[in-house]
Design a protein around this ligand. Structure first.
Ligand SMILES: Cc1cc2nc3c(=O)[nH]c(=O)nc-3n(C[C@H](O)[C@H](O)[C@H](O)COP(=O)(O)OP(=O)(O)OC[C@H]3O[C@@H](n4cnc5c(N)ncnc54)[C@H](O)[C@@H]3O)c2cc1C
Length: 399
């Protein structure tokens, strides 16, 4: 695959840069710099999504007929790189990267017509209701029940680790509609309005002190049968399809951003009279991680080529997910090392948007420790690395 930039692609890069320079306010850039996990704060993320939507660029990976851009894969890569370079806020993945592609693949015409435009505009914010207290890796053992009653299902049970449920007005969820037979064959896929009576959202505070996760309880919640995606008891097929999109991200772009920040800090830091970057061990680790990011980039471009051809990412998304998680966590560790003593102070107030309190230690490194803590989730969320290895063994290596 040729990924050399043509003059047309270079011109495209210029167009993107001009748009980003004109559209990104100082407040949005500040929010992006202070992002401490996969999830951007909701206000900045949605504000940025609305700007992109007005430009027609909220979902570059979607087919054009549903609101995609029609860009080539090189152009989409350029766009992602430039957004990170310009410090654009991150978009919330559950709506644009997970629910949207799933509906495009499996939704009815009515579901696509209703939900896809609302996802693009940010009118609906989605969360993912897969995991339950006793069903994470063994997801198919889930027990939240949905029983048909006239035109509705009545849903009872609980979901856990539901990211951003406190902001979402919609949830895509897996529910049990049959208890006999193989457990995968008794699951259905529902679109649930989070404002329905009987839903309670309780916060879970993470290791970095941030509220991103929740437990969601359902007590006799009515969900129209028309909100089922796919056939009754065939939700597992839809769930697996969506997971391929969840597990694939352009992780190398984020890796390069984090490495760039660490590199800048290491160029400046004087330890024992020398810059950290001149320390042979630090430099070796830094360069090894740069090589990992380059390898990941090449693999991601292969998956993007699949997406361009209208195919889902496939099981290779699991292999990339492992490589991405391991490299990201090693990069975070190096960031903490680069901070040295300045990794110690706990200073959440310095991360507040618009604060005038100067951080203790270098400004560039203010998000390194919370990022290090939050990104432990990279090898758990969306399926742990052990589960991803099982998928690689079965679906790719045929073991
Ligand atoms: C930050 C974060 C955000 C999340 N957001 C969401 C969300 O929005 N929606 C949602 O539905 N879920 C979400 N999750 C849940 C996530 O999908 C689960 O945590 C994950 O699937 C693991 O399940 P578990 O936590 O129940 O761990 P368990 O399944 O109990 O696993 C515990 C350990 O045992 C290992 N293990 C289990 N089975 C096997 C096996 N067969 N072979 C080898 N090792 C095994 C696992 O790898 C893990 O190390 C989120 C999780 C995190 C951490």
């Amino acid at each position: 695959m040729d990924v050399q930039l043509s003059p047309a692609d270079e011109a495209f890069r210029g167009e993107i840069r001009a748009f980003l320079d004109a559209s990104l306010t100082d407040g949005l850039r500040d929010a992006a710099r202070k992002r401490t996990s996969l999830w951007q704060d909701i206000e900045s993320s949605m504000a940025w999504q609305r700007i992109l939507h007005a430009q027609g660029w909220a979902a570059p990976d979607w087919p054009v007929e549903y609101g995609g851009t029609g860009w080539s894969l090189v152009q989409r890569y350029i766009f992602a790189q430039e957004c990170v370079r310009a410090e654009a806020p991150a978009l919330i993945p559950m709506s644009l990267r997970m629910c949207g592609p799933m509906l495009i693949g499996y939704g009815t015409e009515a579901q696509k017509a209703r939900y896809l435009p609302r996802i693009l505009s940010g009118t609906d914010i989605w969360c993912q209701g897969y995991s339950e207290p006793s069903s994470g890796s063994d997801l198919a053992s889930l027990q939240t029940r949905a029983e048909a009653d006239g035109d509705d299902y009545i849903v009872n049970g609980t979901k856990i680790w539901t990211s951003y449920a406190q902001h979402a007005n919609m949830m895509f969820a897996l529910v049990r509609t049959k208890t006999e037979g193989k457990k995968q064959e008794g699951i259905s896929f529902l679109l649930i309005d989070m404002t329905s009576p009987g839903i309670t959202v309780r916060p879970i505070i993470n290791i970095a002190g941030v509220h991103e996760l929740n437990q969601v309880f359902f007590e006799d919640v009515r969900v129209p049968i028309a909100n089922r995606v796919g056939q009754e008891n065939d939700g597992w097929t839809v769930a697996k399809y969506l997971l391929e999109f969840e597990r694939f991200s352009m992780g190398s772009v984020e890796l390069r951003r984090n490495l760039g920040r660490i590199g800048k800090l290491a160029e400046k830091t004087a330890a024992n009279g020398m810059r950290l970057m001149d320390d042979p061990d630090f430099k070796r680790q830094f360069k090894a991680l740069e090589i990992n990011a380059t390898m990941l980039e090449a693999s991601e471009q292969r998956v993007l080529a699949n997406l361009s051809a209208g195919k889902p990412p496939g099981p290779v998304s699991s292999a990339l997910n492992i490589q991405n998680a391991e490299t990201l966590q090693a990069v975070d560790m190096l960031g903490v090392e680069a901070l040295g003593y300045y990794a110690n102070p706990y200073q959440p107030e310095a991360l507040e948007l618009g604060t005038n309190r100067p951080p203790v230690g270098p400004e560039d490194g203010i998000s390194f420790v919370p990022m290090y803590l939050s990104n432990r989730m990279k090898s758990i969320a969306g399926g742990s690395s052990e589960i991803q290895r099982n998928i690689v063994a079965k679906a790719i290596l045929r073991l």
